[in-house]
Structure formats: C-alpha cells, structure tokens
Write a protein that binds this ligand. Structure first.
Ligand code: F3S
Length: 416
C-alpha cells in the first residue's frame, strides 16, 4: 500500500500513540482489501456508541487517555439510553454508568454530541462525491444513495480510528468503478397512488434489501420528488434486510440520473420485478403480533426529523394517548430543540406522547417496562424487533400508529 510521508510518520509514532494505533489498524484493513492508498475524509459518524460490552468502553477510554483528539468532525450515533431523560426512560444504574463512560470518552476526544442515527438531517450533511467514514447502516445507505457521498460500511471501532487520523483506506464504495449497479429492479404494478403513500417506502426498501442482498441495486420508478423522510425510511429498511451500502434510485440518486449512468454504460444483467402483491405481503411478514393489543407504540427509527414531529403533533391535536398504551417517539437533540421552540413539544407531551433523544428503542431497558407487543411505522424496527427485544410487533403507517395509541388497540387499514 502506498503511504505518504505524513502517514509513515504517524506509523512511526511521531504523532502520538493513539494515532499510531489507529492508522496501523486502518492500514491492515486496507491491505486486506488490497487498497492502494489511504484517502482523506471530511467527517465520521461513529456507531460504537451503544454500550454492549466493556471492551467497547475500554477502547474509547484508552484512546482518550492516550490523548487522542478527533482530526475531523465526528458525530455520534444513538446511545443505548436517553442521556438526559434517563429517569423517565427507567434506565438501570449500570447501563447509565457505562453509557456515561462512553459519553465522557467521546466528548474528551472532541465528538459532536448529536446522538442520532439521522445525522444527515441534523447538520452533519456531506456533499456529493465527498469521502466520509460513516457507521450506522441507515446513515451509510442514505449518504451513498441519496446524497451521493462516499463511504464504506464503516465497522465499529474502525470509526474511532478513522476519526482520530481523518483517513480511511481507499477501496470499495470510495472508488467510482465499485459504485456501478449490479441489478435492476422494476416496479411492476405499483401505482402512482401507492407511491404517494409514505407508508409504502419502508416496504419498498425492505424488499429492495432482500432482493439485492450484498449487490448494488438500481430501482426504477421512484418519483423524483419523494421526500427526505420517505427516503430515510427506505434506506433504513433496505439496510436492515440486506447488506446494503448503496442503491441507486434512478432519477433520485445524484450519480444515477439515468439507467445508463447507474450501470456506467453497461446493460443490466439481472432484472427483477417488485409487485404490489409483494409489497402488501411484506407488511404482513413484518407484523408478527396476533390480536389487536399494542403495549408500546414506537416512532423514530431512524430518529424523527422536525417535519415528522410536526406532523405527529397535527395527528395528535385534541387527542390523548390511551391508558393501555405507552407512546414513544425518538428524535435528535436538534429536532427536539426546534420542537420546544415552536410549541410542538408541549403539545405532544400534553397529548401523552413521550419524546426521547439520544437513545435507540431496540435497546430499551426491557426489565423496567412490562411490554409484550409493539407497533411501529419503521420496517427496520419491525424487522429487528422480535430478535432484539422479544416483543411481537405490528407494522403500520404513522397515522395508524397515532390512531392505535389513541384508541388503545391496533388500528390498521389495507394498503392501496
Ligand atoms: Fe436508529 Fe436504533 Fe433505529 S439506531 S435506526 S433508532 S435501530
């Protein structure tokens, strides 16, 4: 691998031990993937933010104690908990303590305390063609596919190393030739009316991930004016059902304005069709719960944007959450601030919605809440729900989730 003089100095320890460790790990990774050189990155999104095992905390603390300081802006993915409203979230003391240790280590190294899985909606927005290193599957897919920035699926701990040196090995999705679509998915009988329904996008994303696996899919038929939140839901779902770092939505993805562009002039070898029947069936497959009970309604996976909070406030206007149900919405600190300043936060709280920042609902402290069933508008949450939380789940639209929370039992309509 070709290294610059500065990189050789770092490996010789002339820029400190933390930088030496970080670069040596990244060079090993690059050699594994036959990278020819390192590339400078402009920002990192760190995904090693949920306390899982002591090793994760100890690595972050060790690097901070060695004097590491992030060389580029580094945003943080969610913690396991709401670091500010941990009491309301019924956080056990040991989880609070370990989450705080991670927080302290990252802040010491200079991280931006975004604590959100939608950094691209909270000011950490790369531009088209920019090399970045992002963790968190939905954010990676969104950055590559919707913005056209360039990142591999940056693994936990590698993200810390990348932030410390501001570099990653140049391979995979950093290279133009590796961003070529490998298969085409056509929307068969999915009507414009269906595509106008935002509840369809998580299902389209889920099916795209399943059909693509680890290939780069190009999808034909998504309207050019699809909004950011629908594209966020699509990205999250696709990256949960497949090993998806990049997909092309023809006419939406900046480097895929035409079919020719996403196949880089070649003819698609594999062409598959996505049908209305498959979309409807996906919703049923993602709903494991029987009966009409939902103990908790979960929105904000990925974290809600301010427009989503605003829409939720409109849905809940003049209504109250039923006593049978806990209604949670997860968002970023930035969106919460806007909600507070615009009066939306108060309105949502008055209707009984509990708003949390920083945390991830898949990591909720299950022993402190006696839930058996959940409802959500997120195909990603529904996909992982049973395996990660043990809860049976029903997938619906945001409107159906709000109705369910108000009536105290599952309310769903048929998809178009
Ligand atoms: Fe975010 Fe957790 Fe969902 S990190 S995307 S809320 S699984």
């Amino acid at each position: 691998m070709h290294l610059t003089d500065q990189e050789k100095e770092i490996l010789d320890g002339k820029h400190g031990e933390a930088a030496r460790i970080s670069l040596s790990v990244l060079v090993d990774l690059g050699e594994l993937f036959q990278a020819e050189a390192m590339t400078d990155i402009s920002q990192v999104h760190i995904d090693t933010t949920i306390y899982m095992v002591d090793a994760g905390v100890e690595f972050a603390e060790h690097m901070a104690e060695l004097g590491a300081r992030f060389a580029v802006p580094a945003s943080l993915n969610p913690s396991a908990i709401d670091l500010r409203r941990w009491r309301e979230y019924r956080t056990p003391p040991d989880l609070l303590e370990n989450s705080r240790r991670l927080e302290a280590a990252y802040l010491k190294m200079g991280a931006t305390p975004t604590w959100t899985c939608a950094p691209y909606q909270q000011g950490m927005i790369p531009r088209f063609g920019e090399d970045i290193a992002w963790g968190e599957s939905n954010a990676i897919a969104f950055a590559n596919s919707i913005i056209g920035a360039r990142t591999n699926r940056c693994a936990d701990l590698m993200d810390i190393c990348a932030a410390i040196v501001g570099k990653v090995p140049r391979f995979g999705l950093h290279l133009e030739e590796n961003r070529k679509a490998e298969m085409l998915i056509q929307l068969e009988d999915i009507t414009p009316e269906m595509l106008a329904d935002k509840a369809v996008y998580p299902l389209l994303g889920f099916l795209t991930g399943e059909m693509a696996g680890d290939r780069i899919a190009a999808l034909k038929g998504i309207p050019r004016n699809t909004d950011t939140d629908a594209l966020k839901a699509f990205s999250a779902a696709a990256a949960s059902s497949g090993a998806v770092g990049l997909f092309h939505l023809i006419g939406v993805t900046p480097e895929a304005r035409t079919l020719e562009m996403c196949f880089q002039g070649e003819t698609p070898g594999v062409v598959l069709e996505m049908t209305r029947k498959a979309v409807r069936y996906a919703r049923e497959r993602l709903s494991t719960a029987q009966g009409d009970a939902a103990d908790v309604v979960v929105l904000g996976c990925p974290h809600f944007s301010f427009p989503e909070l605003r829409y939720l406030a409109r849905l809940m206007e003049g209504k109250s959450v039923h006593s049978n149900v806990v209604f949670w919405a997860f968002t970023s600190r930035a969106a919460l601030g806007w909600a507070r300043n615009s009066g939306i936060l108060k309105a949502l709280e008055n209707s009984g919605v509990m708003l949390f920042t920083d945390g991830c609902p898949l990591q909720y402290p299950s022993e402190a809440w006696n839930f058996h069933t959940a409802m959500t508008d997120s195909a990603k949450f529904a996909n992982y729900c049973y395996s990660q939380t043990g809860l049976e789940v029903t997938l619906g639209s945001i409107e159906e989730c709000a109705d369910t929370a108000v009536r105290g039992k599952i309310c769903r309509r048929d998809l178009l």
